[in-house]
Design a binder for this molecule. Structure first.
Ligand SMILES: NC(=O)C1=CN([C@@H]2O[C@H](COP(=O)(O)OP(=O)(O)OC[C@H]3O[C@@H](n4cnc5c(N)ncnc54)[C@H](OP(=O)(O)O)[C@@H]3O)[C@@H](O)[C@H]2O)[C@@H](O)CC1
Ligand SMILES: Nc1ncnc2c1ncn2[C@@H]1O[C@H](COP(=O)(O)OP(=O)(O)O)[C@@H](O)[C@H]1O
Ligand SMILES: [K+]
Length: 493
């Protein structure tokens, strides 16, 4: 599986392990530079190319790119930040293999270029760009010339996706062995353009020693555990999701309930405020609607063991009553999803929410809701989601274009397939419904978060521009059919 994401420390460890296994550093650098040159040749017609090289190994890669493109007949200009004589190690070797002129790297090197290769700094940048580096990043950003970034657009922090001082917008980024968090977390992902991962000769076996706990969220991670309907199954064996429906914002629970049914829950019940009972009843024939006039009525619904997964939050209204309903569901030993108004109801009372969640519940906040519950956790989005999951004692799905799902045990995924069309009212309610529908079918909360985020992204892409939340659940049959077609053997399903 090539979906592991490596921290910068892990990437350096992979380099060292490869060298310890007998792969020379110069071989890795040669392979890296050749891969970048190959990617350029397969995407652009020969044109004048300016290669900006930094003082470290990223610059070393730039020298290799220059040699390969020049050998292929491309007009190449190479500019170096600093002194060629100061280049050491593998970068010194790479520079020695370049027989063309070495100019000073300044904005004037971009004059007349049809393409720029950004080989200033790699993903492990230790401090913000300033001086000549920053001037070059700005020149690349301003000129409108296509940029190919080696490893990352220089200035991007590979661990966090943050911009340090400045960074150019790349059209293509070629990185090595595995992606780094900064290729997937915003704003990094947007600055990378298309990301290619090149094999540079690091043996796959080094992964074992790295202790990887982070993956890009692809279906490969969990499709073997996807709860397809079974020939010997029936509606009760497919789980029964209970969705708490609010009094005023009835659309949220209706969208969630529909998504839960579409994703395969055998039954879905909406626990409805009596004043809104009619709205719920008339809108969805396949959903059971039970009026819930008081706390006892909700407890009675929870008492049925077959109602195994509960969704609380969408359209519920943040109130003391809602806090009681959450506690009742958690204390009843259910699994499920806590979303939306739950985070307001428990704002700054994480302890009150976290008791007893025990990795059975998925929390699905957007950034604002996250801050309401968890306050100001420092670090990247990935750090924040991981810390929050540890504090809550249960998986947290932190939403956005770069949704992160984190488990208290340190596992995490970054989702990368969600189009911006999903940024519309009710889209998050649908996500919560997908997750609770999967949990009803026996999927654990972390897997359900990963599956739901991925399905949500595919649904967004399937519907495309013009999407409204109502469309999402309706697109599920097509997306699930395509997912199922990837399975090797469907007999007995
Ligand atoms: N075998 C391998 O290792 C392989 C590595 N590969 C390639 O190596 C790249 C990583 O190389 P790297 O570790 O040398 O880092 P890189 O970013 O090139 O430069 C660090 C230098 O820059 C300097 N510097 C830093 N920040 C600065 C700033 N803001 N402003 C100014 N200066 C700054 C810093 O100075 P210092 O902070 O030490 O003073 C140091 O001298 C990786 O991205 C990939 O492309 C591939 O070939 C595959 C095999
Ligand atoms: N720019 C974006 N690109 C991709 N997905 C996005 C973007 N903005 C928001 N989303 C997704 O849309 C959904 C919005 O959820 P949320 O804010 O809870 O909306 P609502 O409460 O109206 O349902 C989340 O799944 C989020 O990840
Ligand atoms: K770079």
């Amino acid at each position: 599986m090539a979906d592991e994401i490596l921290s910068i420390a892990q990437m350096y460890a992979a380099d060292r392990a490869a060298m310890a296994a007998g792969v020379a550093g110069t071989t890795l650098m040669e392979n890296a530079g050749r891969a970048v040159a190959g990617a350029i040749q397969s995407r652009w017609e020969p044109c004048p190319v300016s290669i900006l090289c930094g003082p470290g190994n990223n610059g070393g890669d730039g020298f290799v790119v220059a040699r390969h493109l020049a050998e292929a007949g491309w007009p190449v200009r190479l500019g170096l930040l600093g002194d060629a004589a100061a280049l050491g190690g593998d970068a010194g070797w790479a520079a020695s293999t370049w027989s063309g002129p070495v100019e000073r790297a300044g904005p004037e090197l971009l004059d007349g270029a049809g393409l720029v290769v950004d080989a200033l700094y790699g993903a492990g940048l230790g401090r913000p760009l300033d001086g000549a580096s920053l001037e070059l990043a700005r020149a690349m950003a301003d000129r409108g010339i296509p940029v190919v970034a080696v490893d990352v657009p220089s200035g991007l922090n590979g661990d966090t996706g943050a911009v340090m001082g400045g960074a150019a917008q790349a059209d293509l980024t070629v990185t090595f062995f595995r992606k780094k968090p900064g290729h997937l977390l915003l704003p990094g992902r947007a600055l990378c353009g298309t990301v290619l991962v090149a094999d540079i000769g690091i043996p796959e076996s080094v992964l074992e020693g790295l202790g990887t706990r982070l993956w890009e969220n692809t279906e490969r991670l969990w499709v073997a555990r996807y709860p397809w309907p079974r020939l010997d199954g029936h509606k009760y064996s497919r789980g029964h999701a209970l969705v708490l429906g609010g009094r005023v914002m009835t659309g949220a629970a209706r969208l969630a309930a529909r998504a839960a049914l579409r994703v395969g829950a055998g039954l879905v019940t909406i626990a409805a405020d009596p004043e809104a009972w009619m709205v719920y009843s008339l809108s969805m024939p396949s959903v059971i609607v039970q009026p819930v006039p008081d706390g006892q009525a909700f407890q009675d619904l929870l008492a049925d063991r077959r109602r195994n997964a509960v969704l609380i939050g969408p359209g519920a209204g943040a109130s003391a009553e809602l806090r009681g309903q959450v506690r009742a569901a958690v204390d009843a030993g259910k699994a499920g999803v806590l979303d939306a108004d739950v985070f307001g109801a428990f704002s700054e009372d994480l302890k009150g929410l976290a008791a007893g969640l025990e990795s059975r519940w998925l929390l699905t906040p957007h950034g604002g809701e996250f801050a309401r519950l968890f306050g100001d956790i420092p670090g990247s989005k990935l750090d924040q989601a991981r810390r929050a999951a540890a504090l809550a004692g249960t998986p947290v799905l932190l939403k956005g274009a770069d949704t992160v799902v984190a488990h208290p045990d340190g596992r995490a995924v970054v989702n990368s397939n969600a189009p911006p069309d999903l940024a519309t009212a009710g889209s998050g309610d649908t996500l919560a419904g997908l997750a609770v529908g999967l949990i009803a079918q026996g999927v654990d909360a972390f897997d359900a978060g990963c599956m739901a985020a991925w399905l949500h992204g595919e649904l967004g892409t399937a519907v495309g521009p013009g999407l409204i939340a109502e469309d999402l659940a309706e697109a599920l049959p097509g997306v699930l059919r395509r997912l199922k077609a990837t399975l090797p053997d469907q007999r007995g399903q």
